[in-house]
Ligand binder design. Structure first.
Ligand code: ADP
Ligand code: ZN
Ligand code: MG
Length: 476
C-alpha cells in the first residue's frame, strides 16, 4: 500500500508598513517617484550617516504583536545582517535577530475542518532593500534606492500549517488584522505583503519533521496554492526514490508550474549578525505599551458581531463587507450620512463587487466617497433618476468619484416626471407596434416587455420602467 504523507508548512511573511517616512531616516516611502529621488545619506549607506528609529514603525510592530497575542519585548535591539548585494548600499541590512520586538504569539484560523491556532514564533522589524533594474541599458544594471529603508516587519510562524487551505486562511487572517490596524494595505500582488513558504513532508504519524525547502516569489493566493501542491509532490517523489530532500531556497515559477533551486540554505551564522552599534536599544515603556493597547481598533470578529446587532442586513453581506477594512469604512460612513443600511449594502454587494472583479481591483483601492454614494442613493430614493441611470452614474463614480448630483445634471440624466410627455410617447409606441399590442391582447404577457423597452428607448432611459408598465396596461 502506498505510504501516506503529511505536509508541514511554516511561513515567513514580510509586510511593508504604511508609514510616511522610512524606518531610519526622514525620506518619503511614497511609491514611484523618479529613481533615487527619495533618498538621503542614511538610506544610501553613506559613511558617517546615522540611523534613528522611526517611532511609528515601533508602534505598528507592537500593535501587530498585540493583535497576534505576542509577548512584547520590553528591551530590544537591532542587529546587522551582513552581506554584499548592489541593492544593499550599507553591505548589511538592519534587522533583529537576538531580541525581536514580539514573540510567542498565535492567530486563530478557520477552515472547513474547524478552528485552529497557528503559532507566531516572532515578529521583527527590518529595512527593505533597493531595486535593481536590469533591462534599461545594455551591459549594465541600474539601482534605485527609493525602496531602501522602507520599513518592514517579518512575521515568522511556527511550522503549524498542514495544507494550502490553512496557509491561505492564515495569510487572510494576518491581512485583515494588519489592514484593520492601518499598519499596511497588505497587497500580495503589489508586494506590500510577501510570503515565503517553508515546506517539508513526513510520513503520517511520524514525530520528527522532514527536511524543508523555502519557496520565494509567491505573489498571489493562487500561486501559493500551486506552489504548495507542486512542492509536496516533488518532495514525496524524492523521498520515495530514496534520494531525499535537500534543504535549499527555491523559486516558484507559476507560469511553468515548477520550482527551481536558487541557493542552498544559508545559516544565521553566515551573516555574522551582531548588534548595530549605531542604534540605541529599544525600550518599550509601560506608557507606550498602554497607549498602543488603548488605540487597538475594533477587529473583524467584533465588527461582524456589532453589524449583526446594529444593521438589518444579511449575514452574507456582513461577511463580504467586513472582509475589507476599506469597504467596511465606506459602509459605515455612508450609513452615518443617513442612507439605509440595506441600500448601501446592495450597492457594495452587487455593483461594487462586479466592477472590482471586472477591473481586477483590490477593495483596498476603492475610490468613491461615502458622501457620493449617500447622494446617489438619495437621488434614486427620490426617483430623480431610475435604477439604470443610477448604475451608469455609479460606474463613473467608481472610476472617478464624481459627484452624482452634478453629473446627473450635467449629462441631463434626470428622470422625466412630466407624465403628459410620457403618455404621449407611450401612445406613439402603441401605435407603431400593432403586433405587440395584438400579442398582448391574445394573452402573451411577454409582449408588454417589448413595449416598455421601446418606450424606455424613446425616452432615452429617463423614466421609471414600473410607471411605464402601468401606463401601458392602463392604455391597453
Ligand atoms: P531559519 O532560522 O533557518 O530561517 P527558522 O527556524 O527561522 O529557520 O524557520 C523559518 C521558517 O521555517 C519558520 O516559519 C518555521 O516555521 C519554518 N520551518 C522550520 N522547520 C520546518 C520544517 N521542518 N518544515 C516546514 N517548515 C519549517
Ligand atoms: Zn533616507
Ligand atoms: Mg528565519
Amino acid at each position: 500500500m502506498a505510504k501516506e504523507y503529511e505536509t508541514v508548512i511554516g511561513l515567513e511573511v514580510h509586510v511593508e508598513l504604511a508609514t510616511k517616512t522610512k524606518i531610519f531616516c526622514g525620506c518619503s516611502t511614497a511609491f514611484g517617484g523618479d529613481p533615487n529621488t527619495h533618498t538621503c545619506p542614511v538610506c544610501t549607506g553613506m559613511p558617517g550617516s546615522l540611523p534613528v528609529l522611526n517611532k511609528q514603525v515601533l508602534e505598528y510592530a507592537i500593535a501587530v504583536g498585540l493583535a497576534t497575542n505576542c509577548d512584547i519585548t520590553r528591551y530590544g535591539k537591532f542587529d546587522r545582517k551582513n552581506y554584499f548585494y548592489p541593492d544593499n548600499p550599507q553591505n548589511y541590512q538592519i534587522s533583529q535577530l537576538y531580541l525581536p520586538i514580539c514573540r510567542n504569539g498565535y492567530v486563530e484560523i478557520e477552515t472547513e475542518t474547524g478552528t485552529k491556532k497557528v503559532g507566531i514564533h516572532e515578529i521583527h522589524m527590518e529595512e527593505d532593500a533597493g531595486k535593481l533594474i536590469h533591462d534599461e541599458w545594455e551591459d549594465a544594471s541600474l539601482v534605485d534606492y527609493n525602496r531602501s529603508g522602507v520599513p518592514l516587519i517579518e512575521i515568522v510562524s511556527e511550522p503549524d500549517m498542514r495544507s494550502a487551505e490553512e496557509v491561505n486562511a492564515y495569510l487572510d487572517k494576518l491581512r485583515l488584522l494588519i489592514q484593520y490596524l492601518g499598519a499596511s494595505d497588505c497587497k500580495l500582488q503589489e508586494g506590500s505583503m510577501r510570503a515565503d513558504v517553508n515546506l517539508s513532508v513526513r510520513e503520517k504519524g511520524a514525530t520528527e519533521f522532514g527536511t524543508r525547502t523555502e519557496m520565494k516569489n509567491l505573489n498571489s493566493f493562487r500561486a501559493i496554492t500551486h506552489a504548495i501542491e507542486g512542492e509536496r509532490e516533488r518532495q514525496i517523489a524524492l523521498i520515495e526514490d530514496g534520494i531525499g530532500v535537500t534543504q535549499e531556497t527555491r523559486r516558484w515559477d507559476d507560469t511553468k508550474g515548477e520550482s527551481y533551486a536558487m541557493r542552498s540554505k544559508e545559516d544565521a551564522q553566515d551573516y555574522r549578525y551582531f548588534p548595530d552599534p549605531d542604534l540605541v536599544p529599544i525600550v518599550v515603556s509601560d506608557e507606550l505599551l498602554e497607549s498602543i493597547r488603548k488605540k487597538q481598533p475594533e477587529f473583524r470578529t467584533e465588527k461582524m458581531a456589532r453589524y449583526k446587532e446594529e444593521y438589518d442586513i444579511p449575514e452574507y453581506d456582513i461577511e463580504i463587507i467586513t472582509n475589507s477594512k476599506r469597504m467596511a469604512d465606506i459602509f459605515e460612513e455612508t450609513v452615518a450620512l443617513g442612507a439605509q443600511p440595506k441600500k448601501v449594502s446592495n450597492w457594495l454587494m452587487v455593483e461594487t463587487l462586479r466592477l472590482l472583479k471586472e477591473k481586477e481591483m483590490d477593495p483596498a483601492d476603492l475610490r468613491f466617497s461615502p458622501e457620493h454614494l449617500a447622494k446617489l442613493i438619495e437621488l434614486t430614493e427620490k426617483k430623480e433618476i431610475n435604477s439604470s441611470v443610477a448604475k451608469e452614474v455609479f460606474e463613473v463614480m467608481f472610476d472617478e468619484d464624481v459627484d452624482p448630483q452634478a453629473y446627473v445634471e450635467e449629462k441631463g440624466l434626470k428622470a422625466v416626471n412630466d407624465e403628459g410627455a410620457l403618455r404621449k410617447t407611450i401612445e406613439e409606441v402603441i401605435a407603431n407596434n400593432p403586433q405587440a399590442v395584438e400579442d398582448f391582447h391574445n394573452g402573451k404577457e411577454k409582449a408588454i416587455g417589448a413595449l416598455v423597452g421601446q418606450t424606455m428607448k424613446a425616452m432615452k432611459g429617463k423614466c421609471d420602467p414600473a410607471q411605464v408598465n402601468s401606463i401601458i396596461r392602463e392604455l391597453l
